[in-house]
Design a protein around this ligand. Structure first.
Ligand SMILES: O=C([O-])[C@@H](O)[C@@H](O)[C@H](O)[C@@H](O)C(=O)[O-]
Ligand SMILES: [Mg+2]
Length: 435
């Protein structure tokens, strides 16, 4: 093709590659991360041979939607992003697999068929944007209207964790060591700061009784004066417990994240404690916004382009938040570099992003791109090359796909409770509130 000739942006082929990526033994209120986590890598190839990449959840229920969705794409244009949603509605969801609130989506709020669809759409939307950007020679942020910052700040995502997965479980090792008490949490935070320069710290809570987690946050506040701190028990507490924690930590927290489940509980905690509340569980759809925002249940909405349906929806969400005077930041789950690039592009375009975004990325030692994104002073520089600015590493992708193919041990679906039962056979997913 000669310079200046318009590209044929028709989708000629779509490739879906489910993979298993190594994950450390991070603890949360439901259990512990499995040694490998499923992700789905989406490739959209145009008639001119330009390939765009996207990444989303890879559990079976997402794959079952992604496959028929992918079959409907050839012949459409990568620029037809609005059409992706109508197309997703045509794909049937097995509701019996999508209804449980504490299933694979339990830490992300109530799971519904529509949310599953949006998470699938997000992977394709990002791949289409990447292909369009590559065809036009423009970065994805330019396709979203343009960046308003050159770097996006992320927070260190601290987890209580074991040094290793239980004995006998196949896994990759890392050098982080265990963190099971305030001293361990502070040491982990120090390592995050030294390695990546993070200035904000978020501790995943709901693991130990609240007094222990309060002590850990006090230890962080003492070790890192002036650094924004957050605590997120994923809705594991009652309103009374949440108020007690808020009372003890109100002075040192930037915000408390999902202390309890549901808008009524969050509204009461926010009103009675005066501590800002953030969520990635209480409000995860546009339909839930009005009640939560008008009742003052949420002061910071944690967007996530995966389950809000992509980068353009994330921008719309940010605009709604702005209209209500609600702050915006970003939630994350186990993810790789394609998603971090997507998160960074969209975050770079959102005005008034006053809170560092979450990312699990430092916990991921494996990736499917040739050059991993790097954190400097806790930020990721916004890529300015065409598309997302990342290149797929086919060898790595193939190796991680081989691992997925070889799995017959139930790792194709994230199940933190099952992983915990390996160490503690009597473990069941705790009922909520846990404390
Ligand atoms: O990775 C985890 O264990 C987190 O708990 C994750 O699943 C949550 O979705 C998330 O990070 C959160 O902020 O709630
Ligand atoms: Mg959260």
């Amino acid at each position: 093709m000669t310079t200046g000739t318009p590209h044929d942006l028709t989708i000629a082929e779509v490739r879906l590659t489910p993979i298993l990526v190594s994950d450390p033994p991070l603890l949360n209120t439901q259990g512990v991360h499995q040694p490998y986590t499923p992700r789905l890598i989406v490739e959209v190839v145009t008639a001119d041979g330009i390939t765009g990449v996207g990444e989303t959840y890879g559990d079976t229920q997402y794959l079952e939607l992604a496959r028929p969705f992918a079959e409907r794409l050839p012949g459409r244009r990568v620029t037809d992003l609005g059409g992706l949603f109508a197309l997703a509605d045509e794909v049937a969801v097995d509701r019996s697999r999508a209804g449980g609130r504490l299933d694979v989506g339990g830490l992300r709020g109530v799971q519904t068929a529509d949310k599953l669809r949006l998470s699938v759409v997000s992977g394709f939307e990002v791949a289409c944007l990447d292909a369009t950007g590559k065809a036009l020679g423009l970065p994805v942020h330019a396709l979203l209207g343009g960046k308003v910052r050159d770097a996006v700040e992320y927070s260190a995502y601290l987890f209580y964790r074991w040094a290793d997965h239980p004995e006998g479980v196949a896994s990759e090792k890392d050098d982080w060591g265990a963190a099971l008490d305030p001293a361990g949490v502070v040491a982990q935070a120090r390592a995050f700061k030294e390695r990546y320069g993070f200035r904000s710290f978020k501790l995943k809570g709901g693991v130990f009784p609240p007094e222990e987690e309060i002590a850990a946050v006090h230890a962080l506040a003492e070790a890192f004066p002036g650094h924004p701190l957050r605590l997120d028990p994923n809705g594991a507490w009652s309103v009374e417990t949440s108020l007690k924690v808020a009372g003890e930590l109100g002075d040192v927290l930037e915000y408390l994240e999902d202390p309890a489940l549901g808008t009524p509980a969050m509204a009461r905690i926010a009103e009675e404690s005066g501590v800002p509340l953030a969520t990635n569980m209480c409000v995860t759809t546009f339909a839930e916004i009005q009640e939560a925002f008008t009742r003052g249940a949420v002061q910071v909405l944690l967007s996530d382009h995966h389950y809000w349906g992509g980068l353009r929806n994330t921008r719309e969400l940010a605009a709604v938040c702005r209209a209500f005077g609600v702050g915006v930041s970003m939630h994350s789950n186990t993810h790789l570099g394609i998603s971090l690039a997507a998160m960074t592009h969209v975050a770079s375009t959102v005005p008034g992003l006053h809170h560092a975004c979450d990312t699990h990325y430092p916990w991921q030692s494996e990736d499917v791109i040739t050059e991993r994104l790097v954190f400097r002073d806790g930020t990721v520089a916004v890529p300015d090359g065409p598309g997302l600015g990342v290149t797929l590493d086919r060898d790595r992708l193939g190796a991680l796909h081989e691992r997925w193919l070889a799995d017959d041990g139930g790792l194709r679906d994230r199940d933190d409770a099952a992983a915990m039962r390996v160490a503690d056979p009597g473990w069941t997913t705790p009922t909520v509130p846990r404390w």
